[in-house]
Design a protein around this ligand. Sequence first.
Ligand code: DCP
Ligand code: CA
Ligand code: CA
Length: 364
Amino acid sequence: MQTRIIMLADFDYFFAQCEELRNPTIKDKPVVVGVYSGRTEDSGAVSTSNYIARKYSVKSGMPLFLAKRKLEGTDAVFFHVDHEYYDQISSSIMDIFRQYATSIEQVSIDEAYLDVTEQVEGNFEKAREYAQKIKVHVKAQVGITFTIGVGPNKLVAKIACDSQKPDGLTIVRAEDAKVFLAPLPVDRLLGVGKKTTQRMEQMGIKTISDLAKYDCQRLIEVFGKILGIYFHNAANAVDNEPVQEQGEAESISKIGTLKQDTHDLEFILQKTDELTEFVYKEVTEKAYSFKTISVYVVNIDLSSKSRSVTLEQPAKDKETIKRNVRMLFEKYLAESELDVRRVGVRVSGFSKEEHRQRQLTNFF
Ligand code: DCP
Ligand code: CA
Ligand code: CA
């Protein structure tokens, strides 16, 4: 098999950088983006912060009041998260990535793998120039900086990316990959959490090189076949996972229990409205259109039923879900005399037309 060339791009201090983008005057100040719980003025947690705020040891996940305290006396600026805005920026960058790679795999709002093997003809030197070119393009068109790790597979690209931020570019050639990983602690590998790290430490495994040398059979005995083999391969910089767009969900659904058993339509619809909010949020995040809307019912005797309706045209709005959920429940309650205990809302039959359209428009 030809050596692959895989990139991982990870946007720098993403939410905070998005805020800097629309408020250029704050660029030289500490910037914190937080999720405010609303209980008191400062309750909530830090989502992320720019690198200036990080100098004051502000970290993601930290309580906001603590971040405020650490930044006391500075001209720090605080923002509420604005997912919609960050999503827009993220999709416009992903659209640019698609022009540069044979396949891309978005793994989160601010990260994507790119398979650029063909584009750079399997050459790591060319990959360096190519990565620069993508960075310049995104910076010019969207205004965001990001860090790129390049390697012979996703595993190495990811660790390369993490090794130098922000605005970094780290290249690890296939022949250097093992040596690159060797001195790092095992928890840098995906899937090695606290518990596994402890277990490995008991086995005398601290670094990735310790793990690479460890008897594979013994790893299988301790961690089971799938994980054992994965750890062995990962430590040896072996990873054959393709870069592929993550399987689009077949359906999105949410089920909930009613506060009391009932046969009352309006009471049920109060609950399904909540469930619809959740489903709708997921659908819009993924930019899906849907064609089928279903409801799910668990009756007091624990029998369950579902009912669906398929639309003539794909839809993507909340009202369409709500209207059809109401219609399905009206019909269902007319047919069944049992009180209802749990209800669910599901949408399926997805398409991403919208998204493709937007890509094309951007392209031209
Ligand atoms: N995020 C969050 N809560 C966390 C961690 C992250 O809300 N505990 C959000 C905000 C981040 C985004 O996810 O901007 C991406 O997370 P990263 O871990 O990639 O962190 P950043 O992009 O903020 O910083 P870095 O420059 O270290 O990548
Ligand atoms: Ca990031
Ligand atoms: Ca990230």
